[in-house]
Design a protein around this ligand. Structure first.
Ligand code: URA
Length: 212
């Protein structure tokens, strides 16, 4: 698994305000969106393109355009929804699939309650978005769904990751032999006993949408 930490002063500035517990939900949502757009720039560095002939007002030239099939963006609900707008802003022609997952706060086990993905993903570049890579279980399950549908080019985009989650994913993905790319804004210190990233930002879903 290739791990890329998008270390940039603007990303760190926005992450600092995102982490701050005084930041209210509307500001949190705006910052998350802005951050994703910056991370998406890194995550799409290898997006597939094809030549495209055009005429400028001065003469003909060959540029590029995004290749078919269209990329697929998969937010992991609910917190991944907070990253969708920022991602589609950069990839407006992408299609969007959905995976809904919930974590049992006692056992930290993850279960899937919604799965809306294309029938096949052969040849498609997939971008999974989830703000917090904590234990790595949700992302591991999500990537397994994509692999089962034939995906062989998967990038996960997360705002913050824990070293434990990255190690877990690396081990879980190794047998598949499919190159997986992980783009994150920061790698934090560790997970606490409740499975929260330290220092992290708390519960991303709650901070985006309130405690429901
Ligand atoms: N999910 C969150 O929203 N925050 C964490 O710190 C870990 C998992």
């Amino acid at each position: 698994m290739r791990v890329h930490v998008a270390d940039h002063p603007l990303i760190n500035h926005k992450l600092t305000y995102l982490r701050d517990k005084r930041t209210d939900s509307p500001t949190f949502r705006r910052l998350a969106e802005e951050l994703v757009t910056l991370l998406a720039y890194e995550a799409t560095r290898d997006v597939r393109v094809e030549p495209f002939d055009i005429e400028t007002p001065v003469g003909p030239t060959t540029g590029i355009k995004l290749a078919r099939p269209k990329p697929l963006i998969v937010p992991i609900l609910r917190a991944g929804l907070g990253m969708l707008e920022g991602m589609t802003r950069l990839l407006p022609s992408a299609e969007v699939g959905f995976l809904g997952m919930v974590r049992d706060e006692e056992t930290l086990q993850v279960s899937t309650y919604a799965n809306r993905l294309p029938e096949t993903l052969t040849g498609r570049q997939c971008y999974v978005i989830d703000p917090m890579l904590a234990t790595g279980k949700s992302l591991g399950i999500a990537i397994d769904y994509l692999l089962d549908l034939g995906a062989n080019d998967i990038t996960a985009v997360c705002l913050i990751a824990a070293p434990e989650g990255i190690a877990y994913l690396e081990e879980r993905m190794a047998p598949h032999g499919v190159p997986i790319q992980l783009v994150v804004g920061a790698i934090d210190e560790c997970l606490n006993d409740q499975g929260y990233i330290v220092p992290g930002l708390g519960d991303a879903g709650d901070r985006l949408y309130g405690v429901v």
